[in-house]
Ligand binder design. Structure first.
Ligand code: THG
Length: 273
């Protein structure tokens, strides 16, 4: 599983304050903690700051890079902000994300064309949110073809079929995981990713729903996720699902996680139970 740590997001109050105060120490600690917990990419999102997003995103990238050796996932729909952040990024970044929304697509495509950047392709268009597997596949088809025709390797594309709350429509979970399966069958070598926690929006007991959903998605082939890697219960769920889906040769990752104390009753350990 390719883990994208979600915690450096200005929609979280502590992060919003840290950005406004240019408090590099707080941001650096979030980057280091997530990297140590297993994050492969550190998501940076300053989307709530209208007008200042490019400046703030650049500072976040600089601060994260000074603190860890992990690359960033640059989380913005604004091509100007992406470009500013990329200019100071000194490793292979992930762009989060391109979509089929025309303005965003037209501006981001030239930025990623012919590069070896990792790119999340979000299944969203100007026609609104996709509902079914078919809706998602139609958007994914255009996104993947557009990227490949512009010399982006299939292996660098992460299709995000878009998670929507199961409290709004009881089929949203199913449509999502079935899309994961279809995407992985349609384009061998392609990756998938998602922001998972939307599934539980509007319901109590969110972390349990998120973990169960993660297990179902991994069973269908999900291999990337934007999550809180400090949630030990979620990290345990990932290890268990990958082991049971034939993705953990000789149980190596499971045993490593066990030794690190992930596989235990989270309530008794007092961690994120
Ligand atoms: N797809 C893609 N990118 C995305 C999303 C997506 N980026 C934004 C979002 N969705 C994913 N990122 C977050 C970031 C923070 C939170 C949720 C999703 C969040 N965190 C908890 C909080 O603030 O309380 C903290 C985590 C915890 O303690 O459990 O809410 O769908 N491509």
């Amino acid at each position: 599983m390719i883990i994208i740590g979600e915690l450096i997001n200005a929609s979280r109050n502590a992060v919003k304050t840290a950005i406004e105060d240019k408090d590099a120490e707080t941001i650096a600690a979030l980057a280091v903690d997530q990297a140590q917990a297993g994050a492969d990419y550190i998501d940076v999102n300053a989307g709530i700051f209208v007008g200042k997003e490019p400046e703030y995103l650049k500072w976040l990238v600089e601060t994260v890079q000074a603190a860890t050796d992990k690359p960033c996932a640059i989380d913005s729909p604004d091509p100007a902000a992406v470009e500013t952040a990329l200019a100071v990024h000194d490793r292979v970044a992930m762009i989060n994300s391109i979509s089929l929304e025309k303005e965003r697509y037209d501006a981001l495509l030239p930025i990623v064309a012919g590069t070896d950047l990792k790119i999340i392709a979000l299944c969203m268009s100007d026609e609104g949110m996709p509902q079914t597997v078919d809706d998602r596949m139609k958007i994914a088809d255009k996104l993947v073809n557009g990227l490949v025709q512009n010399n982006v390797a299939v292996e660098n594309i992460f299709v995000d079929p878009l998670v929507q709350p199961v409290s709004i429509d009881g089929r949203y979970g199913l449509e999502f995981v079935n899309s994961i399966k279809k995407i992985r069958e349609t384009w061998p070598g392609i990756h998938t990713a998602c922001g998972l926690s939307n599934i539980s929006y509007g319901l109590p007991g969110r972390k349990y729903l998120n973990r169960a959903f993660m297990i179902q998605a991994i069973a269908k082939g999900l291999d990337g996720a934007i999550i809180n890697p400090l949630d030990k219960g979620m990290m345990a769920s990932i290890l268990l699902a990958e082991l049971l889906s034939g993705k953990d040769d000789f149980c190596m990752n499971y045993l490593k996680g066990y030794r690190a104390g992930l596989i235990e009753d989270q309530q008794q350990s007092g961690q994120n139970g």
